[in-house]
Design a protein around this ligand. Structure first.
Ligand code: NAP
Length: 252
């Protein structure tokens, strides 16, 4: 059975590894193209948008896809909405790998806001030293709060023209551990962190380090992300796909 995996996450890469070793499936991994040098994958990979819902419908039909797995990032809401709509139009089964969000603990000091713009406003008027750990796409929102010193950690340099004036760019790709996060927060004398609630373990160390140093975190809430059949992780996604594979080809 031909499978399309919408990826860009650790879970998608893990599923790619599982599918690559399973002769029942002929799978393609799709990446948005947000990073110029994505990690090598064991599956056929395509990169870039499909051209909205219509483009995705065309792609699914042309590739004779039998099932779709949405394993995109928790904040990639548009791709997920397109996947739900395209699968409804084509009658294809859609499984969505949903990564659980981090939960605030009693000893965490979080302020949850709906958007990056709201996060910039929530920093307040007094100049602060801010770690921006939210990817590169929304850094321009902090140009509206130019009084702060920002350290922005991204995988790739930002592309926007309008960025906050006092911005130090730090290029790094997770996973990050507690010790290196403690070091970063102390060396750069960070007062506050702005983060997305990505969930998972790869980028959780900054939340633990903030807790330990008693630093506040402005947490940008997750967007509403439409989903198909909810799946917990790569193993469950593989089992779900096995259930969708045509009976005559099972066990091949
Ligand atoms: P998005 O807003 O949901 O998607 C925007 C468009 O990008 C989609 O409509 C689609 O274009 C294309 N696209 C997204 N994921 C794709 C995939 N796997 N394969 C092919 N095309 C894809 O998602 P985003 O712009 O990538 O990111 C939104 C938020 O998620 C950002 O805040 C970002 O920091 C975060 N995030 C994303 C990723 C990722 O790998 N995408 C990873 C980490 C964090 P068409 O409509 O033309 O098909």
């Amino acid at each position: 059975m031909r499978v399309l995996v919408l990826g860009g996450t650790t879970e998608a890469s893990a599923l790619a590894g599982l599918l690559a070793g399973d002769a029942r499936f002929d799978a393609t991994l799709s990446l948005a193209g947000r990073t110029s040098a994505p990690r090598a994958q064991p599956l056929a990979t395509r990169v870039g948008g499909f051209g909205g819902i219509d483009g995705l419908v065309r792609w699914l039909r042309a590739a004779n896809v039998g099932a779709v797995i949405d394993a995109t990032h928790p904040y990639a809401a548009r791709m997920s909405a397109n996947a739900v709509a395209a699968c409804a139009q084509t009658g294809l089964p859609l499984g969505s790998v949903v990564r659980q969000p981090w939960q605030q603990r009693k000893d965490d000091n979080w302020c949850v806001v709906p958007t990056a713009e709201a996060a910039a406003a929530a920093l307040g008027r007094m100049p602060l030293r801010v770690l921006l750990s939210l990817g590169r796409q929304e850094l321009h929102a902090f140009a509206a709060a130019p009084q702060h010193h920002y350290v922005a950690r991204t995988i790739e340099p930002p592309l926007q023209a309008a960025l906050p004036p006092d911005l130090k760019l730090l290029q790094a790709r997770g996973p990050f551990d507690r010790d290196s996060e403690m070091r970063l927060l102390k060396t750069d004398e960070i007062d506050i962190i702005v983060s997305k609630n990505s969930g998972g373990s790869a980028t959780y160390a900054k939340i633990e380090a903030a807790r330990e140093l008693d630093l506040p975190v402005i947490m940008i809430a997750r967007p509403v992300k439409p989903a198909g059949h909810i799946l917990d992780g790569p193993q469950e996604a593989l089992a779900w796909l096995h259930g969708r594979a045509p009976a005559s080809r099972r066990g091949v």
